[in-house]
Design a protein. Structure first.
Length: 339
């Protein structure tokens, strides 16, 4: 495993900037998720780490050593793509052994390593099978086995579960996290799925429009997004226009203490589940104008007497369209941004 450090990494294609001066430090044995929408530069960054692309500017370091100009074959950073890329004419054992044979390792060493990694990925009985005989989850595990048998310094996962159904995707997430910990791999996961990033990674790096907006734990990202862009990307939040005056943010829900300078252009952010809904009370009044059942909770659209419309997620009491309600929120749950 290796510590991966990116310093001022910039990537430009045909005069278009894809990545803009990225700084990121990934610890030895850490699993970090690169989270962002399609086109944000996630896969490009993965290829830069692997050595499949060279940055227009900046450096890539492994364990403090500059590998920016080191070719991919010498970096020991291996990518597992979402389409598995297994050789259809080879058996599972032959697929896994391919890279070891390319290294000219002995047949005895190859057989030993392949048998071991098949045990690790819990598919020892599948060695003689061909890819078309495997399920989606089995193919993904074999693709991981083929990468891990080479003992990479860095394992790079490019949206590896996007082609799997929901239940299989969840079980594969758990499997990969267990595998990464067992093999003590430094791992970078690319995904556009917030739940996937939050469930798997020790830290999540949010990449938007080629810039790293925030790198933090899932809990901190969700509770305290660094800016409005990150909050909007993570979703399920209300934005409340307002102003800051004398250390308090004033909006349709009242006044909230903040440690920010006065501003006539401030925005509050409140998660759906942090908007408290009651049938009566002294809080801000409104009425239910829409509802949607979402399984674990029901979301409600609430029009306040002021005309503002907010969304709440509630799993306790049920309300109907037209019900009069009051709403409130705790001071600690209100995030405020200037601009």
């Amino acid at each position: 495993m290796a510590r991966v450090t990116l310093l001022g990494v910039t990537m430009t294609f045909d005069a278009k900037q894809i990545l803009d001066r990225l700084d990121l430090d990934i610890k030895n044995g850490e699993l970090v998720a690169l989270l962002g929408p399609s086109g944000s530069g996630k896969t490009t960054l993965l290829k830069l780490i692997a050595g499949l692309l060279s940055p227009s500017a900046g450096q890539v370091l492994f364990d403090g050593v500059d590998v920016t100009t080191v070719p991919a074959r010498k970096r020991q950073a291996i990518i597992v793509f979402q389409d598995h890329c297994l050789f259809p004419h080879m058996t599972v054992r032959e697929n896994i052994a391919f890279g070891l044979r390319a290294r000219s390792e002995s047949r005895l060493a190859i057989d030993k390593k392949v048998s071991h990694i098949l045990q690790v990925v819990q598919l020892p009985e599948r060695g003689g099978s061909y890819p078309h005989e495997l399920s989606g989850g089995e193919k993904q595990r074999i693709a991981l086995a083929r990468a891990c048998v080479l003992e990479p310094r860095v394992l790079l996962l490019d949206e590896p579960f996007s082609n799997l159904d929901v239940n299989l995707r969840i079980s594969m997430r758990e499997f990969v996290v267990a595998l990464q910990r067992e093999l003590k791999l430094t791992c970078v996961l690319v995904t556009h799925d917030k739940e996937e990033a939050f469930a798997m990674a020790e830290r999540v790096a949010v990449l938007l429009d080629g810039r790293l907006e925030q790198v933090d734990t899932a809990e901190n990202l969700y509770a305290k997004p660094a800016n409005r862009k990150v909050a909007a990307f993570l979703g399920e939040c209300n934005f409340l226009p307002g102003k800051i005056l004398a250390g308090r943010f004033h909006c349709c829900l009242g006044a909230f203490p903040v440690d920010l300078p006065d501003s006539d252009h401030a925005t509050g952010m409140l998660r759906y589940e942090h908007l408290e809904v009651r049938r009566s009370g002294d809080e801000v009044r409104g009425r239910i104008v829409g509802r949607a059942f979402a399984g674990r909770h029901t979301t409600y659209r609430i029009e306040l007497d002021s005309g503002a419309v907010l969304t709440a997620a509630a799993c306790q009491e049920l309300y109907s369209v037209g019900d009069a309600v009051s709403v409130a929120c705790a001071e600690r749950d209100m995030n405020v941004y200037i601009g």
